[in-house]
Design a protein around this ligand. Structure first.
Ligand code: PEP
Ligand code: MG
Length: 536
């Protein structure tokens, strides 16, 4: 039995098998003099594996984002089964006596250049696809990516760090915990763990030989216990069962009101990252969706999700929530959330850089596609829209003008939509300080305390070295929240909180005293918060 200590970012107990996740950063090496037959067999095997992965991704995408989005995986499957592609790889292995990885990389480059040289725009776009499928084969050959332990459905994913674009691709039905060497409690892996309601640890120094071993994640004490002895296994199985019992007890609060003993009410909504999370929101009795992080639709894709794909996702959530409010936040990409096809330049200071609404206003075609999709989906439920990273009234006016343009275009096309509520996120000190002005422009505010704290305290939310002074209860942040609530209410604007602070039960009373109208939290926190509110 070996114990590795770390910091817990979401509590709970998980008992399962370690699945080591390796990043695919290393370059493909050309190894000369390989046995051609063996390399060809490796290649055939990797193609089979890739086809199986793509088949699974197709099924997953079909249920999560719909047919149009899933089709890409089918197209990728056809690409690697193409005779010319296979012959090209085999020819390079034979004629140059090189390893399969190198032959695949060469073929990929050749095909991509060929596609890029074509006149047809659609065919030029296939260059990215051929690179993507080839990388998949190379990763399989190199044993990179998530190393699935065959036949195991309880995986503890252990990694140096995980980017949102990586977690989004995982088969989450099998993941019961995340453990990372780096990362912070505000990182998106931590947020994802909370959404999935699974224990997660950061800052764990683990050796690589733990792959495939049985392990326990103690999300209370912050420990990863590898190859536990019988005594530990028994103790933790008991603890896990107790945790489950507690969750069951909380289920009894379903259907009850979020009301204090003295009769004050507050809305409890859920934060979600995709269509499948809406189920978790409903299971935990969320009154609505307070934050739909729409960028996850973009991160889960190899190219810009089309209007129809987005429409499908927004409509599914709106319908699933059956008339309950669904607040869709427009694209908040950049900083720690990167998608290669956006072609964003490397920045010295990404958190303060080209991200979120700044990208949308510079690339109106991307923004308008999303707005059209949201407006079209508004016919299927109770959708609101909100905009991230706002710093000025001028921005909000520009956004409103673009929204009006999109509505005009829809009208001209005879496509119906509703006049939905619009809101802004208050997540920069600038927005908080001018919230009296902003309140005149919109219907609601949602305070993003993760970024608001980061910018107010001038502490990068991802920087582990500064985690000890990232004081979530800092009076500056709490004063700003109170100020935003007062300014909002003075101008008929309701005010919610959707950052992680919303689920901090030490502050629930304070938020209610301030008059906060809504708290939007990871689905797993809703019933716990309801219990707290009913005790106040
Ligand atoms: C926030 O900043 O508090 C927020 C909710 O947005 P995100 O965590 O996605 O940046
Ligand atoms: Mg934010």
């Amino acid at each position: 039995m070996r114990i590795f200590k770390g910091t817990a970012v979401f509590s709970g107990i998980a008992i399962g098998t370690v699945s080591l996740y390796k990043k695919n950063e290393s370059k493909v090496k050309r190894i000369h003099g390989e046995d051609a037959e063996t390399e060809k067999e490796r290649f055939t095997w990797a193609v089979e594996q890739a086809c199986e992965q793509l088949g699974k991704l197709y099924d997953k995408a079909l249920t999560e984002v719909g047919e149009a989005s899933a089709a890409i995986f089918e197209a990728h499957q056809m690409m690697i089964e193409d005779d010319d592609y296979i012959e090209s790889v085999e020819h390079i292995i034979e004629s140059q006596k090189v390893n399969a990885e190198y032959a695949v990389a060469c073929t990929s480059d050749n095909y991509a250049s060929m596609f890029q040289a074509m006149d047809d725009e659609y065919m030029r776009g296939r260059a990215a696809d051929v690179k993507d499928v080839s990388n998949r084969i190379i990763n399989i050959l190199k044993g990179e990516g998530m190393q699935v332990v065959e036949g195991d459905n309880s995986l503890i994913v252990v990694a140096d760090d995980l980017a949102p674009s990586e977690t989004v691709q995982m088969d989450k039905s099998k993941v019961i915990s995340f453990v990372t060497r780096y990362g912070s409690s505000n990182s998106h892996t931590a947020i994802l763990a909370r959404t999935m309601n699974i224990p997660a640890l950061i800052k764990v120094e683990f050796p690589e030989d733990i792959h495939g071993k049985t392990a326990i994640v103690d999300g209370y004490e912050g420990a990863l216990i590898v190859e536990p002895d019988e005594e530990a296994l028994e103790k933790y199985t008991k603890k896990r069962d107790e945790y489950m019992r507690r969750r069951k007890l909380l289920q009894e609060l379903k259907g009850k009101e979020n009301v204090t003993r003295d009769g004050r009410k507050i809305e409890l909504y859920a934060n979600i990252g995709g269509v499948s999370d809406a189920i978790s929101a409903l299971q935990n009795d969320a009154g609505g969706i307070g934050l739909f992080r729409s960028e996850f639709l973009y991160l889960g894709s190899d190219s810009y999700p089309t209007e129809d794909e987005q429409f499908g996702a927004y409509k599914s959530v709106a319908e699933a929530m059956a008339g309950k409010k669904v607040i869709i936040r427009t694209l908040d990409i950049g900083a720690d959330k990167q998608a290669d096809y956006f072609g964003l330049e490397r920045e010295e200071n990404p958190a303060m850089g080209f991200r979120a609404i700044r990208i949308c206003l510079k690339r109106p075609e991307v923004f308008k596609t999303q707005l059209r999709a949201i407006l079209r989906a508004s016919m299927y439920g109770n959708i609101s829209i909100m905009f991230p990273m706002i710093i000025s009234v001028a921005e909000v006016r520009t956004i409103k003008a673009i929204l009006a343009q999109v509505k005009d275009e829809l009208k001209k096309d005879g496509i119906p939509y509703k006049d939905i509520e619009i809101g802004v996120m208050i997540e920069t000190p600038a927005a908080a300080l001018i919230s009296d002005e902003l309140a005149k422009e919109v219907d609601f505010f949602s305070i993003g305390t993760n970024d608001l704290t980061q910018y107010t305290l001038a502490i990068d939310r991802q920087n582990e070295q500064l985690a000890h002074i990232y004081d979530t209860h800092h009076p500056a942040v709490l004063r700003m929240i109170e100020m935003v609530v007062n300014n909002g209410h003075a101008h008929n604007c309701w005010v919610g909180i959707c950052g992680e602070l919303a689920s901090d039960i030490e502050l629930t009373k304070r938020f209610i005293d301030m008059g906060v109208d809504e708290l939007s939290v990871s689905p797993a926190f809703i019933l716990e918060l309801r219990e707290k509110i009913r005790e106040l």
